[in-house]
Design a protein around this ligand. Structure first.
Ligand SMILES: NC(=O)c1ccc[n+]([C@@H]2O[C@H](COP(=O)([O-])OP(=O)(O)OC[C@H]3O[C@@H](n4cnc5c(N)ncnc54)[C@H](O)[C@@H]3O)[C@@H](O)[C@H]2O)c1
Length: 324
């Protein structure tokens, strides 16, 4: 080989080596330097939202590489700056579009997504017409279908306590207190309906695609009980059954390998007095489940199933904002 040939071939060779190195880097999961193992990858939809931020922080703390997906630009706040964490990547995508949803599952191709936490949705009925229902059920189906397509079989999605008739309902109807997962879910408004439908979509995926999809029926996600009590609308509280969930404790329930639906609520109400007073005054015709008592300020939701199957129990002391 003459010196002239070498002069041209060497840079070409170096370029080839460098580009294969970058391809290797792109396809190789980042290492957890503390354990020397490769980071597991988790996709969190709705990562900019109030629940999403807490879930992202929780997943990062558990050692996942998190891909946040949201249709708004990456959010930051004093207590939330995941962009500065090398274990976090962000994709701006509209999950109402199936192809964008698929893209979210394959974003940064260095590793297979091990699990999806699906939170992106409208969180209230809005104008009670079509936007909220139609968007929510399309997004949830896109996420489940894309996960099935990509071979991701672990999903936890945010349902809501509004899967039963509750604060947004024209007429809340409770069959029995405390409320557990055997209570009928027959909402009379589009937001709750979208949650019931997403739970059905999950059940179908579990049967036909052998996926594990947990649907977590969160109550009002807030920094602390004190915050909830301060911001309580007393008229509405009656139809919300004075419930809440400390936001970081709620986030803890998501990284799960389980299927089915679970209520996720604090075991006490936001009301300082006796729960029996509330029942007597506001819901005198709702019977108590046989063998159950609701002493002190016991909450209206029985989360025994979450405790038994998810190992989850409410921890009011999580998070910087907890004062109660
Ligand atoms: N916050 C609560 O108290 C509460 C209680 C029960 C259930 N939930 C459920 O938890 C989930 C998260 O609620 P939140 O309070 O964080 O809501 P949020 O409105 O704060 O956040 C939702 C996020 O989803 C994103 N999003 C909406 N549509 C999208 C789309 N088409 N594509 C991509 N991203 C989209 C929004 O940009 C937003 O950042 C929702 O499913 C909600 O129904 C919330």
């Amino acid at each position: 080989m003459g010196p002239l040939q070498l002069k041209y071939q060497l840079p070409l060779l170096l370029l080839l080596v460098a580009s294969s190195f970058f391809i290797y880097l792109k396809r190789t999961p980042p290492m957890d330097t503390s354990t020397g193992t490769q980071l597991r990858k988790m996709c969190v939809t709705g990562s900019n939202g109030s629940v999403g931020k807490r879930v992202v922080l929780r997943a990062l703390a558990l050692g996942y590489h998190v891909v946040g997906v949201d249709y708004s630009a990456l959010a930051t706040a004093d207590d939330f700056d995941p962009g500065s964490n090398s274990s976090f990547s962000f994709l701006q995508a509209d999950l109402r579009d199936y192809n964008e949803t698929l893209k979210a599952g394959t974003f940064r191709t260095y590793a297979q997504v091990a699990a999806v936490i699906h939170l992106a949705a409208y969180r209230q009925p809005g104008d009670y017409k079509v936007l909220v229902h139609n968007s929510n059920v399309v997004i949830s189906w896109n996420v489940l279908r894309a996960a099935a397509e990509l071979g991701i079989n672990r999903i936890a999605q945010a349902s809501s306590v509004n899967a039963i008739t509750l604060v947004y309902s024209q007429e809340p109807k409770f069959e029995i207190f405390p409320i557990d997962e055997t209570h009928p879910t027959l909402p009379d408004e589009p937001y709750g309906l979208s949650k019931v439908i997403m739970e059905l979509q999950a059940a179908l995926s579990a049967v036909t695609k052998d996926m594990r999809v947990a649907s977590l029926r969160l109550h009002w996600s807030v920094p602390s009980r004190a915050f909830a009590a301060q911001n309580l609308d007393h008229e509405r509280a009656k139809n919300d059954l004075w419930g809440y969930i400390q936001e970081d404790s709620g986030a803890e329930a998501f990284p799960t390998r389980t299927s089915e639906a679970f209520f996720i609520a604090a075991p006490e109400t936001t009301y300082d007095g006796e729960t029996s007073e509330l029942i007597e005054k506001y819901w005198p015709n709702v019977p108590l489940k046989e063998g159950k008592t609701m002493n002190g300020n016991a909450g209206f939701f029985d989360c025994t199933k979450a405790k038994e199957l998810l190992g989850w129990a409410h921890n009011p002391n999580l998070g910087a904002g907890s004062s109660n």
